[in-house]
Design a protein around this ligand. Structure first.
Ligand code: FAD
Ligand code: SF4
Ligand code: SF4
Ligand code: SF4
Length: 344
């Protein structure tokens, strides 16, 4: 019988340039056989795989990978409701309405989670790094979108195997949310510890992430050094916010030269596999769009609302979401809009 291993992942994902760099395979490998070389397009094996060395069944890496399955271009996933929301507490570095941070803070306060995997940024180099937060204070410090790629789910091992946490949330881009969904649905033994520990999946809208080449281009073409950057935003163009309170606007066409290769195969804009999805497009200024997708999502959202962390209202601009979401799937705007409108 053929035992699935990283070699199948290599054939199906690494060698076809479909790897989205989510880091799930690296994070769940029980023998630490997989790793990312700096800036690599996909992971590499050190050949300590228990399947290929000892013929012991595993398949954890393959079963967690979001790119081994065909992606669907139909619809926008399960949708229970769509709101726009805003944090009622001040979140200083919030990207949109500070809602993701506030939902996590409410969950920590209610002891529903004991940790969350988020993305951090080194303010000096601007390089992203997977991070792990365990208190509301740490959550608020990690607010804001990080547009430079890092393999987020490599942090799973740190969170669950090393720190022994058993109630975690994961915040991530749509490909990360798909990896989380596959782990939660899997019946592979090695994945059960991760499956049981992930209590909440918070997905962000996403059109692309950038490689560190963009930092090089910003420096050489625009004279901007990494430590001068205070944040980034993508709104039809790349907006680079600088610490001296000025901004630089870079056409997306120019920035997209540094788009990570695996993003070219991606058709999910709205994090269809998450419990709750969040974005800025379609929301009024200072607000976040929230797509509620599962009963778990309903519970965490209601908790944040009832404990005074967030306020919700209707009035999301569905056309704006349909335009970008439909384009990413290659479906007409009208079809995309109709699918979303059914849930208003
Ligand atoms: C790469 C990327 C591209 C995006 N593109 C779009 C877009 O095209 N259109 C759109 O409407 N919205 C986009 N978003 C989502 C948007 O920028 C906000 O994240 C969203 O509106 C939530 O805002 P908030 O203020 O509620 O979140 P906040 O309260 O600021 O919290 C954000 C949380 O997300 C975590 N985080 C940030 N970046 C990452 C990351 N790369 N991986 C995992 N966790 C992360 C932070 O650590 C923090 O915990 C994108 C986000 C990212 C990361
Ligand atoms: S030991 Fe398991 S997770 Fe690690 S490479 Fe082999 S099959 Fe993949
Ligand atoms: S998509 Fe994620 S799980 Fe699949 S090979 Fe790439 S890093 Fe590993
Ligand atoms: S565009 Fe797709 S593959 Fe790229 S980071 Fe976003 S969700 Fe992942």
């Amino acid at each position: 019988m053929h035992l699935l291993s990283y070699e199948d992942l290599k054939l199906k994902v690494w060698d076809t340039e479909r790897c989205c760099g989510c880091g799930a395979c690296v994070g769940v490998c029980p023998t630490e056989a997989l790793y990312f070389d700096e800036g690599a397009d996909h992971p590499t094996s050190n050949d300590y795989c228990k399947v290929t060395r000892d013929s012991v069944p595993c398949a954890a890496c393959y079963s967690a990978c979001p790119r081994v399955e065909e992606t669907s271009s139909d619809g926008f996933g399960e949708i229970i409701s769509i709101f726009e929301a805003k944090s009622k507490v001040h979140v200083s570095d919030a990207q949109s309405g500070g809602v993701v941070s506030s939902i996590l803070a409410a969950a920590f306060e209610a002891n529903l989670i004991d940790g969350a995997i988020v993305m951090d940024v080194d303010k000096w180099s601007q390089l992203s790094q997977p991070a792990f937060v365990q208190t509301s204070d740490e959550v608020f410090k990690s607010a804001g979108s990080k547009y430079f790629w890092a393999p987020l789910l490599t942090a799973l091992r740190d969170a669950i195997e090393d720190r022994k946490l058993r109630k975690i949330a994961v915040v991530g881009t749509p490909c990360v949310a798909t990896a989380v969904r596959r782990i939660r649905e899997s019946d592979v033994d090695v994945l059960s510890i991760y499956k049981n520990a992930i209590r909440l999946s918070l997905g962000l809208f996403c059109t692309e992430v950038f490689t560190n080449n963009l930092l090089y281009d910003l420096q050489t073409k625009h004279g901007i050094k990494p430590w001068e950057i205070s944040g980034l935003d993508v709104k039809g163009k790349l907006i680079v916010k600088l610490r001296d309170q000025t901004t630089l606007e870079v056409p997306l066409k120019e920035a997209s030269v540094s788009k990570r290769g695996g993003c070219a195969h991606c058709v999910d804009f709205t994090s269809e596999d998450a419990d709750l999805s969040f974005g800025s497009v379609g929301a009024s200024a200072g607000h976040t769009v929230v797509i509620v997708r599962t009963d778990v999502g309903v519970g965490f959202l209601q908790l944040a609302q009832s404990t005074g962390y967030i306020e919700l209202k209707s009035g999301v601009d569905i056309t704006a979401i349909a335009k970008i979401g439909g384009k990413k799937k290659g479906i007409p705007l009208e079809t995309a809009k109709k699918t979303l409108e059914e849930h208003l």
